[in-house]
Design a protein around this ligand. Structure first.
Ligand SMILES: CC(=O)SCCNC(=O)CCNC(=O)[C@H](O)C(C)(C)COP(=O)(O)OP(=O)(O)OC[C@H]1O[C@@H](n2cnc3c(N)ncnc32)[C@H](O)[C@@H]1OP(=O)(O)O
Length: 206
């Protein structure tokens, strides 16, 4: 458990899920940042301003967790926090099953029932959403979002900024480029080039 106050960055939708997991892990989440104070405040957090405004209260704090679902906004926000020398914490829901033989950066979120065995490498600022499975030797770049229930079989690589939709399945050994979108429920059997959207079974480019 941390003894410092933690600031949640982005307090809606995905942010609620991150906040709950962090609090279950006894992180002292006391504040949030967002464009403006939110209407729905299920955890009774205090508004610390907008992270884009350096004179707001958040700038006095040291520890942050990322509650932003959108990959590009999450990446930009992490860059702001890094440039201000802030610590961005990994958040794991208590139900997560994670091998100790994985390496990862900072600012990642592992939602309920995520399962990741050994020899996986993970960058920073990723989201592993509810119940997804990342198999052995997968390599995940920065700011990737793996959607609920998706399965990456062994030794799949996913490039920076990519999004794998809910319940998608990626065959073992497939290499997915940067800024790729894989549609919900898609089955990916072949490598995908950067900046491509693939949907369906078998996956086709759109
Ligand atoms: C906790 C959370 O909520 S996490 C978020 C989880 N959400 C998801 O996983 C959603 C992922 N998003 C998708 O699957 C979206 O459909 C996208 C991003 C792949 C495509 O969205 P858009 O760019 O708006 O495409 P659009 O809806 O116009 O569809 C384009 C074509 O692709 C098809 N298509 C779109 N998505 C899919 C899909 N998942 N599977 C199969 N076909 C699809 C459409 O039927 C359409 O086909 P057509 O041209 O033959 O009519």
């Amino acid at each position: 458990m941390l003894d410092k106050e933690v600031v949640l960055v982005g307090y809606s939708g995905h942010g609620y899920v991150v906040a709950e997991a962090a609090l279950l892990n006894r992180f002292p989440v006391k504040f949030y940042t967002d464009l403006e104070p939110v209407k729905l405040d299920p955890f009774h957090l205090k508004y610390a301003g907008y992270e884009g405004n350096p004179s707001d209260e958040w700038s006095n704090k040291d520890y942050f967790i990322l509650g932003i679902g959108d990959n590009q906004i999450r990446q930009r926000t992490a860059e702001i926090l890094n440039s201000n020398g802030k610590n961005i914490l990994n958040v794991l829901h208590p139900s997560v099953s994670l091998s100790q033989k994985i390496i990862m950066g900072s600012g990642n979120f592992f939602a309920r029932n995520v399962s990741i065995p050994l020899l996986v490498s993970i960058g920073s600022y990723c989201i592993f959403n509810t119940g997804c499975i990342i198999e052995h030797e997968c390599k995940i770049g920065d700011t990737v979002h793996v959607g609920p229930g998706a399965v990456l079989a062994g030794n799949v690589h996913v490039g920076e900024g990519s999004f794998i939709g809910a319940n998608a399945v990626v065959k073992q050994g497939v290499k997915i480029g940067k800024n790729v979108i894989v549609g919900a429920g898609s089955v990916v059997l072949k490598d995908i080039a950067n900046n491509t959207t693939v949907v369906g079974n078998p996956g086709r480019k759109i």
